[in-house]
Design a protein around this ligand. Structure first.
Ligand code: GLN
Length: 552
């Protein structure tokens, strides 16, 4: 029978439930258990696809095209396995399903209520991935914090599941905070006691406590926490602040989080976790031999979570190159033709980020021009690729009005435009080109040699596309559409061969980068940044080939 582990959070948000859940899953996977993770979010949006990145950070896209919470990205990066639509459920989705069923008449005669109808549907979804014996262990992260009104149906659903399945098949890990009061030089357990009490008022007792702390928990304190929170003493786990999220699985192994969970679930310990590849990665990450500075140009740069997968992909690719990647955030709204040189002068490479809408768009175009003309390695993702095409059309093909119809709906030089089938769509949620699509690469392209293959498959999330009317014009002028979806004819990749590294991709390679499989495009891009730096060090600091800056 599949066993279930639920991860709840207490005291405050941002304690890193996703990382703890992913770390535990990693350890269980390394012990030979077939493990997956899912997340339940208590908000009313049906999925996070319609949320502004400022609200909720990046929207992560799975192979099957689900727009999901960014924690699913951590799950995939840690476990090196795919997640799907079923791995992320929101309150909105639950209610939508129940209300649709009510309209169909499925509950005829009955009053439809939070308990039992909503909680039953939560339980059904919580146990969905455990059916068909696909997994030994399903870990479920509950979004939000215990005590939130909106979390109540989830706590109740877990309480019922625990009662139905028994404590040996279903355990709860509560992640909590033990604050350190500097003035008193003391670690405080009271907030944890309160959050556990709040949970037990709802009938649910944690089996394991993972305590986030800045200072080590001494033995007597662990005993006190165990006593007042009613857990066994070995089930109080210390989670000290880590230098990198990728160090957390090893920390959790040292604290025996995996062993305690297995004991409580009545499972054998399996094999000793085999984490050699992981440790090798960590070593490279912690002891880099070089450093590059890469500019990340976007409009949400104030919020790190908005570009989570890109930042993580840089960490993976950096470790592959034994090179620290320092990401310099550059707000596209404040970048202009006049200050592009000043803002970008010390960069070893430039990544122009995905995005939506016209705010900051000219800054992105200016940055791309500077990178193209000054031979700075450039990588454009989704909107970044689209703007690379716009920049090239304007400044090389002489199409001064060139734009994407997203920003300029009536331009007659629409080098990026919406496909006919997208134009018919009126609803915003879940209607972009989403998920995995195949792409064929030109055999002589740089991209094909980077992938080591001419057939790839990558994940998408956009509405606009390269306009094939201009295909030949681009090719003749030196920006080559090298990747194509052969079924639809859509251009997925452009590159400029006469440049040290200039690649734009319509898809999101960052979603598929994991610790064990860093994405080849990111790895090659970091390598190109290293080479650019080496070259530059041997040359004057401003290798300007064609001055684009209007001095004023
Ligand atoms: N706004 C662009 C589109 O919808 C790009 C989207 C993105 O960068 N993810 O096509």
């Amino acid at each position: 029978m599949t066993k279930y582990i639920f991860v709840t959070g207490g005291v405050t948000s941002s304690l890193g439930k996703g990382i703890i859940a992913a770390s535990l899953a990693k350890l269980l996977q390394a012990r030979g258990f077939r493990t997956t993770i899912q997340k339940f979010d208590p908000y009313i949006n049906v999925d996070p696809g319609t949320l502004n990145p400022y609200e909720h950070g990046e929207c992560y896209v799975t192979e099957d095209g689900a727009e999901t919470d960014l924690d699913l990205g951590h799950y995939e990066r840690f476990l090196n396995t795919y997640t799907s639509q079923a791995n992320n459920v929101t309150t909105g989705r639950i209610y939508q399903y129940v209300i649709n069923k009510e309209r169909e008449g499925a509950y005829l005669g009955k009053t439809v209520q939070v308990i039992p109808h909503i909680t039953d549907e939560i339980k059904r979804r919580m146990t969905l991935l455990g059916q068909n014996h696909q997994y030994d262990i399903v870990i479920t992260e509950l979004g939000g914090t215990v005590g939130d009104i909106e979390s109540l149906p989830y706590i109740e659903a877990v309480r019922q599941l625990k009662w139905e399945m028994g404590d040996e098949n279903c355990i709860v890990i509560h992640l909590t905070l033990i604050p350190y009061l500097r003035a008193a030089k003391e670690l405080k357990t009271k907030p944890t006691q309160h959050s556990v009490k709040m949970m037990s008022e709802n009938g649910l007792n944690p089996d394991v406590l993972v305590c986030r702390t800045e200072e080590p928990l001494y033995k007597e304190l662990k005993r006190k926490i165990a006593l007042f929170c009613n857990v066994t003493q070995d089930a109080v786990i210390e989670a000290l602040d880590a230098d990198t999220i990728y160090g957390v699985p090893l920390e959790m192994m040292r604290e025996k989080l995996d062993v305690i969970c297995l004991e409580k679930l009545g499972l054998p310990k399996g094999t000793e976790p085999e984490l050699n590849k992981w440790k090798e990665f960590l070593n490279k990450l912690r002891y880099p031999k070089s450093k590059v500075t890469i500019g990340l140009i976007g409009k949400y740069v104030e919020l790190q979570d908005a570009y989570k997968s890109i930042l993580e992909a840089f960490i993976h690719a950096g470790a592959m190159n034994e090179c620290k990647v320092e990401v310099k955030n550059i707000h596209s709204e404040y970048l202009t033709t006049d200050n592009a040189a000043e803002k970008m002068e010390n960069l070893d490479a430039v990544l122009v980020a995905p995005g939506f809408g016209s705010r900051g768009i000219e800054g992105k175009i200016d940055a791309i021009r500077y990178a193209r003309e000054n031979k700075i390695p450039f990588f454009g993702i989704c909107l970044g690729m689209q703007m690379a095409c716009v920049e090239f059309a304007r400044n090389v093909l002489g199409m001064t009005k060139a734009h994407s119809t997203e920003m300029s709906s009536d331009t007659d030089e629409a080098v990026i435009a919406m496909m006919e089938d997208q134009k018919k769509i009126t609803q915003m949620g879940g209607t972009m080109r989403l998920g995995s699509y195949d792409c064929e690469l030109r055999t002589d392209s740089r991209t094909a040699s980077i992938y080591g293959s001419t057939h790839i498959s990558e994940r998408h999330r956009h509405r606009y596309e390269f306009n094939n009317e201009y295909f030949d014009a681009y090719e003749k002028a030196g920006m080559i559409p090298v990747g194509k979806n052969t079924r639809t004819g859509l251009v997925e990749i452009v590159e400029i061969p006469d440049h040290p590294f200039f690649i734009g991709v319509q898809f999101h390679p960052e979603y598929k980068s994991t610790v064990e499989n860093p994405h080849p495009l990111f790895t090659a891009f970091v390598k190109a940044a290293k080479e650019a730096q080496e070259q530059r060090n041997g040359r004057p600091k401003h290798p300007v080939y064609e001055q684009t800056v209007v001095e004023g």
